[in-house]
Design a protein around this ligand. Structure first.
Ligand SMILES: [Cu+2]
Length: 354
């Protein structure tokens, strides 16, 4: 931003010299000019882009329909939807289906996916890059123009907890503005620990930057790093990546439960050091693939886009904070609570610390 101001200033100076102003007029005016430029530049950084002004499209439910034993139709939208990422801080997010992160997609290993993207954005093309599939990106992850739809077919042949995101240029803008989410490909033969698991939840980590400020997304620090809970089954809590959402809506378990979390860090830029305070992970499947089985881990590193399945047993009643152990990020919002009670119901217990 500073450089932009400098460049504008240089152009301004040259223009003033060219039109032949005398020196005193020049110095009086240059101060005024520079000040206005700085104010304008600062205002523009967070300003909603013109075609999105006043646009706030209500969330559209995702459509997932199984049409064969190994074939599923998935229909999603690209749309512009306001999301209050922190109290009083409304972000005009670029989203899938009006959620950021987007809605959870669950398919089975070996499924053929017929995917349709309806682009409701009035002005910008969008696309879909599923990390779960094998496909030529220049054919299957291509832009869908405003007010148009595109359908693409590919197979999900590897099990895991994968990221999806818009792949339209500049990709960083599209992801940082909210176009990310998770697709779980359930393993054909399940996980070796399936029979032990009592509760299952999905947690996603993402970052927010200054709205429409590419420079901040590129070189700045995230203003917020947050968790969201995505409903794995009907009736489960489903939140956006907003500060407090995973504390106000705690995950629940009962004493003795083995809890499984499907986790993914959609970034776009930071890694996550995923940890549940007060437990050690009994079993971990890196990227959610049953072949990548680890035991006894304290913290699981999730690279940007990386996922995992983590499982742990809760032995005492209490509130267990779920964090990224990069505590600058946990402090910016990336904390969730798991409440463990004698009957698995929320008893209103307050959390301490963290
Ligand atoms: Cu996009």
């Amino acid at each position: 931003m500073k450089n932009k101001v400098k460049v504008s200033l240089a152009i301004g100076l040259s223009a003033l010299v060219l039109v032949g102003w005398n020196t005193s007029e020049f110095y009086i005016n240059i101060n005024k000019y520079a000040k206005e430029e700085v104010v304008q530049a600062e205002e523009k950084a967070n300003e909603v882009i013109a075609p999105h002004k006043g646009v706030n499209q209500a969330p559209t439910p995702i459509q997932i329909e199984r049409v064969g034993e190994h074939e599923v139709n998935v229909k999603m939208t690209a749309q512009i939807t306001d999301i209050e990422i922190d109290k009083g801080n409304i972000y005009k997010a670029w989203t899938f289906n009006g959620e950021a992160p987007g809605p959870l997609v669950v398919v089975n290993e070996g499924d053929k996916i017929n995917f349709t993207l309806e682009n409701m954005d009035p002005s910008i093309p969008h696309s879909m890059d599923f990390h779960a599939v094998h496909a030529a990106p220049n054919k299957k992850f291509i832009d869908v123009m405003p007010d148009e739809s595109g359908t693409f077919t590919y197979n999900a042949n590897k099990p895991g907890v994968f990221m999806y995101h818009c792949g339209t240029k500049p990709v960083l803008s599209h992801i940082a503005n909210g176009m990310h989410g998770v697709i779980i490909v359930m393993p054909k033969n399940g996980y070796p620990t399936d029979a032990e698991v009592d509760k299952e939840y999905v947690i996603v980590q993402n970052e927010w930057y200054k709205y429409n400020d590419y420079e901040d997304m590129l070189n700045g620090e995230p203003s917020h790093v947050v968790f969201s809970a995505k409903a794995l089954t009907e009736g489960q809590v489903n939140t956006n990546g907003v500060v407090g959402s995973t504390k106000d809506n705690p995950l629940l378990a009962k004493v003795g439960d083995k809890v499984r979390l499907y986790v993914n860090n959609v970034g776009p830029n930071e890694v996550s050091s995923f940890h549940v305070v007060g437990t050690v992970f009994d079993d971990v499947y890196i990227d959610g693939n049953p072949a990548n089985h680890f035991e006894g881990m304290q913290t699981v590193m999730l690279p940007a886009s990386g996922g995992a399945v983590v499982e742990f047993t809760v032995v005492e009643e209490g509130v267990y904070p779920i964090v990224t152990h990069q505590f600058n990020h946990a402090s910016k919002g990336a904390t969730a609570y798991l409440k463990v009670t004698s009957d698995g119901k929320d008893d209103g217990m307050e959390a301490g610390g963290h």
